[in-house]
Each structure stands twice: as structure tokens, then as C-alpha cells.
Design a protein around this ligand. Structure first.
Ligand SMILES: NC(=O)c1ccc[n+]([C@@H]2O[C@H](COP(=O)([O-])OP(=O)(O)OC[C@H]3O[C@@H](n4cnc5c(N)ncnc54)[C@H](O)[C@@H]3O)[C@@H](O)[C@H]2O)c1
Length: 238
């Protein structure tokens, strides 16, 4: 495939290396100093774009790709309040975009186990649910997109929980999320249920950026024959 990279930072570089190893051609790499070059991309020359930039940039980048008729795979987190608007634009343009808060297979398995566990814990009100996520100090958004997806999975399954909060004070209807920024941590997420007598912890720890990057490249290969607004549930048969 001929792939265009938008955002040549930690993820953009890892994705480039993995895509090239898998035999793909990197047509262009866009970062802040050559942003205008994106406007000149041509769907006859770029089969798909992969976008990993910053929370306040993703919406415009994805929209631009849809406008140009280039399918786009995005992993940027922290912009999802604008997703309904982007979905409407994508439908109107009959475009194609794929979004996931996390492209690692292990995290997506954790999402499923999390929802299953929450469904069980719904019947046990003595257990209080809480979450912790830890990432490197350069991460711009908090809580992480992955933590929000985990929290949404719990909210869906538990009648007594209706929101998440960064506030650590006890509220029976909320999931407190402790967002820690530390060193070079790639991403650790914990969901914990605690009662007077027990603690149950579900934990995922990313060991390498390659897990996210490979997932994004595999999705990019997969979307070639697909159209519309796509998610990990469409891609993975879990
Ligand atoms: N979905 C996932 O699996 C996953 C995994 C890791 C990181 N992320 C997310 O991906 C994003 C990028 O992460 P990173 O670790 O590569 O960050 P990074 O800061 O290392 O890289 C981001 C790059 O984007 C560039 N950039 C900023 N605005 C731009 C624009 N308008 N056009 C083009 N380039 C632009 C920056 O200059 C930088 O080089 C973050 O939101 C992060 O949370 C998602």
C-alpha cells in the first residue's frame, strides 16, 4: 500500500518502520513544519493515511483526509467531544475513517474482559470500583483515551455507576480515575474493585510501542476494502 503518515512523532516513527517492514511504501510524512503539504495529497497517489498527532489537531487532520477522499486511520486521543460532528461529516461525504483509543490487541482483549467483569460486579454493591492509568510525562491528555474506553465499558454494564471523574473523592455513582504521569511509562491501566474483604484487579501493561503501531498498520491494510466509520469491534472478532 501507499501510506501517508500524519504526525511524525514517537508513534509516527514506529508506524513508519513497521509499515516499511511489511512492504508498504511511505508516500509522505507530515509534521508541524510541513503541514501544508497535506492539502496537496491526492487519493490517486495515497491509499490511506495514518494519523497520530495531538488532541487539538486530530479533528482537522481527519476531516481533511475525508475531504480529499483518502481513508484515514487515527489513534490520537483526547478529541472525542468532536467525534459526533466528524461522524456526521464522514457520512455526508461518504468517506472512510477508523478510530481506536488503543490499537494493541492486549488492550482490546482487556476491554472485553473489563466489560464482562463489570457485568458480574453489577450484582455486588459492596465492591467500590476505581481506576488508575499511568503514562509518560509527555502525554498531553488525562485521563487517557484507553482509560475513558474502560470507564465507558463499566458504565454500560453497572446500574450504580453513571460517570467517571478525575476527582478522587468518594461518590457511589462515579468511577474515580487516578491519572499518573511518570518517566517513560508506555501505558499501564488498572481497574480495581475493593470491598472490606477483597480486592480484584484487572491490569494491562504495554511493554512496547510496537504493539500499538502494528495494530494501526494491520487496520490500515484491512480498511482498503471497507467504507464508512469503523472501529476495533469491526476489525477484531472478539
Ligand atoms: N491509539 C493508540 O493505540 C495510541 C497509542 C499511543 C499513542 N496514542 C496517541 O497518539 C498521539 C500521538 O502520540 P505520540 O506518542 O506519537 O506523540 P508525539 O508527541 O511523540 O508525536 C506527535 C507528533 O505530531 C506532530 N503534530 C502535531 N500537530 C500536527 C499537525 N497538525 N500535523 C501533523 N503533525 C502534527 C508533533 O509535532 C509530533 O511530532 C497522542 O494523542 C497519543 O495519546 C494512541
Amino acid at each position: 500500500m501507499r501510506i501517508g503518515i500524519i504526525g511524525y512523532g514517537k508513534m509516527g516513527k514506529t508506524i513508519t518502520a513497521i509499515a516499511q517492514n511489511r512492504g508498504h511504501q511511505i508516500i509522505d510524512k507530515i509534521d508541524v513544519e510541513n503541514r501544508d503539504a497535506l492539502l496537496k495529497w491526492n487519493p490517486q497517489e495515497v491509499d490511506a493515511a495514518i494519523e497520530f498527532t495531538a488532541p487539538n489537531q486530530a479533528f482537522d487532520n481527519i476531516k481533511q483526509c475525508i475531504k480529499m477522499g483518502i481513508p484515514v486511520v487515527s489513534g490520537t486521543t483526547g478529541w472525542l467531544k468532536q467525534k459526533p460532528e466528524l461522524d456526521a461529516y464522514c457520512r455526508q461525504q461518504q468517506g472512510t475513517y477508523f478510530y481506536a483509543s488503543n490499537y494493541s490487541l492486549g488492550v482490546n482483549i482487556t476491554f472485553k474482559v473489563n466489560q464482562y467483569l463489570a457485568k458480574i460486579m453489577n450484582a455486588y454493591p459492596d465492591f467500590k470500583v476505581s481506576m488508575e492509568e499511568c503514562h509518560h510525562i509527555e502525554k498531553k491528555d488525562a485521563p487517557s483515551g484507553t482509560a475513558i474506553t474502560l470507564a465507558e465499558g463499566i458504565i454500560k454494564e453497572m446500574d450504580r455507576i453513571d460517570h467517571w471523574s478525575l476527582d478522587q473523592g468518594y461518590n457511589p455513582n462515579s468511577i474515580p480515575i487516578n491519572a499518573v504521569r511518570e518517566g517513560k511509562v508506555l501505558g499501564t491501566h488498572k481497574v480495581q474493585y475493593s470491598s472490606e474483604f477483597d480486592e480484584i484487579t484487572l491490569e494491562h501493561k504495554a511493554l512496547s510501542r510496537n504493539g500499538f503501531a502494528l495494530g494501526a498498520v494491520l487496520v490500515t491494510e484491512w480498511i482498503q476494502k471497507r467504507k464508512g466509520i469503523l472501529t476495533m469491534d469491526d476489525f477484531l472478532d472478539l
